[in-house]
Ligand binder design. Structure first.
Ligand code: 6PG
Length: 507
């Protein structure tokens, strides 16, 4: 249907996607404030043999005139004001039936605001999460589009051609739901991604203190990725790969083996924009809190990343605290192999916790916004190409629940029998790893939060009785009495009783 498209934004993601569309035979019209960025994409296209397929444009007029109708314009832009400005400039040049496919990491509320803005003009604005990083953008990413169904149906065949394919050759793209559902699901994908990355880096830290060198850790991760519950987990597989990478040899020293491993040179600071402009990590956690979804693992994963960014403050505090509380070497672990196996199970448990929490956020948002999310498509788009790709989890945990597109009310993964089986199996290992880590001052926020999450989510004798009593004491908050629980399952916030804990003193 489309013979030419516009690619607006030619950074690493947009540039990669421009080449991907050119490879599919489309004429790609580029627009970017940086001519250099457009030239770089055109040069790559020439080298790849897509001669004349890409053309750069200096203004929206020539860009829009060069597109066949209905026009398809793909955005790959930073979130927020940039997209608004671009849309503002484009709207007078577009007409009914044209489609904008916003492939950036945009906040779903911005997406919905733009969808409303476009509504009366007949322009269709689709919010499409794109995952897999810049290399997948070129090779075929996982794509998560949401919005108006008729517009989605028009672009779907094209997206199916370019998207990542799962092991059965099925494209990792599908119609996710209405409104901002596509960008929302991508945002939560990133929240899950951060939970998993925290758990994996914490396991890496423990293995370092166990005395494994960088490359030995790479070998362990390779094994974890090849079988068992972490099988086919993208973030584990790239961890295995990066652990062996050295600076390339140069003229003065051509042997790469003589060069340090790159990982040994990476500072412990996850670069984070702390100005409030940072995207998906902040948004997914804000959403969890606003929707009242307990997301222990995701919350602390974000906090770890954030705390790591304040390297200067940490250095200053480290001095004030006479060296802080550094983790000790795990010298007394006699059976390293058994410890590593427990660590594998613990890491899996935290990844699973991240998925459970993420799905709960999506389900709650779906109920609130009435997006009619198709969960079988969420399952499909996460099968390959994306950062949270995890084959075991996909086949064994998500497939039994999501494949039949359950209603969002029935979605809590914790009630799935396969999830229960795996949590029961891995919980003791998670507990032992966290206990050992606590004893020896290791940094394990996501692992320990996941342990707490499983205890709290399945516990019926929490210390919160005391919390509730104190609230009632000073705030007359009311409380529920033991024995009445069943009636209140559906109304968790309801309190019926108040006790005058401290009789009022007479005036
Ligand atoms: C993906 C990634 C990607 C990510 C960026 C920036 O799915 O490909 O999640 O979209 O958002 O690499 O990462 P941060 O926002 O976490 O810094």
């Amino acid at each position: 249907k489309f013979t030419s498209i516009a690619m607006i934004g030619c950074g690493s993601m947009g540039g990669g996607m421009a080449l991907l569309f050119a490879e599919d035979g489309l004429h790609v019209n580029l627009s970017d404030p940086s001519e250099k960025a457009m030239d770089a994409v055109i040069e790559k296209a020439e080298k790849s043999g897509y001669h004349g397929k890409l053309k750069k444009h200096k203004d929206y007029d020539s860009l829009c005139k060069s597109l066949s109708k209905p026009r398809l314009l793909v955005f790959s832009l930073p979130h927020g004001g940039v997209g608004d400005k671009v849309l503002e400039g484009l709207m007078p040049k577009l007409s009914k039936g044209d489609i904008i496919l916003d492939c950036g990491n945009e906040h779903f509320a911005n997406t919905e605001r733009r969808q409303n803005k476009c509504k009366d003009t007949g322009i269709c604005y689709i919010g499409c999460g794109v995952s897999g990083g810049y290399q997948a953008a070129r090779a075929g990413p996982s794509m998560c589009p949401g919005g108006d169904e008729s517009g989605l149906k028009e672009v779907l065949p094209l997206l199916q051609k370019v998207a990542a394919k799962d092991k059965n050759g099925k494209p990792c793209v599908g119609i996710i739901g209405k409104g901002g559902a596509g960008h929302y699901v991508k945002m939560v994908h990133n929240g899950i991604e951060h939970g998993m990355m925290s758990a994996i880096c914490e396991a890496w830290g423990l293995m370092r203190k166990l005395g494994l060198d960088y490359e030995e850790i790479g070998d362990v991760l390779k094994e974890w990725n090849s079988s068992g519950e972490l099988q086919g987990t993208f973030l584990v597989s790239i961890g295995a790969d990066l652990s062996h990478k050295r600076e390339p040899g140069d003229k003065s020293n051509p042997d790469p083996q003589q060069h340090p491993l790159v990982i040994s040179e990476v500072l412990d600071k996850v670069v984070q924009d702390v100005t409030g402009e940072e995207g998906t990590g902040v948004w997914s956690n804000t959403e969890a809190i606003e929707l009242h979804v307990p997301a222990f693992t995701l919350n602390v994963a974000h906090a770890l990343r954030l705390a790591s960014a304040y390297r200067g403050d940490r250095e200053r505090a480290n001095k004030m605290f006479d060296g802080g509380f550094p983790p000790s070497e795990l010298k007394d672990v006699k059976d390293k192999k058994a410890f590593i196996e427990e660590l594998r199970q613990a890491t899996y448990a935290a990844c699973l916790a991240s998925y459970i929490q993420g799905m709960n956020i999506i389900a709650r948002a779906d109920q609130k916004h009435k997006w009619s999310i198709d969960y079988s498509q969420v399952w499909q788009i996460w099968r390959a190409g994306c950062i949270i790709q995890a084959d075991y989890i996909s086949d064994n945990i998500l497939a039994p629940v999501l494949k039949n597109n359950p209603s969002s009310e029935d979605l809590n993964l914790i009630f799935s029998s396969v999830v229960a089986k795996d949590i029961k199996k891995t919980f003791p290992a998670l507990r032992r790893i966290v206990a050992k880590a606590v004893e020896t001052d290791q940094v394990v926020p996501a692992l320990s939060a996941s342990l707490e999450y499983f205890k709290v989510s399945t516990g019926t004798d929490l210390p919160t009785s005391f919390y509730e009593a104190e609230l009632d004491y000073f705030g007359c908050h009311m409380f529920d009495k033991k024995g009445d629980q069943d009636a209140r399952v559906k109304k968790p916030m309801e309190g019926k009783y108040h006790f005058e804990w401290k009789p009022a003193t007479s005036q």
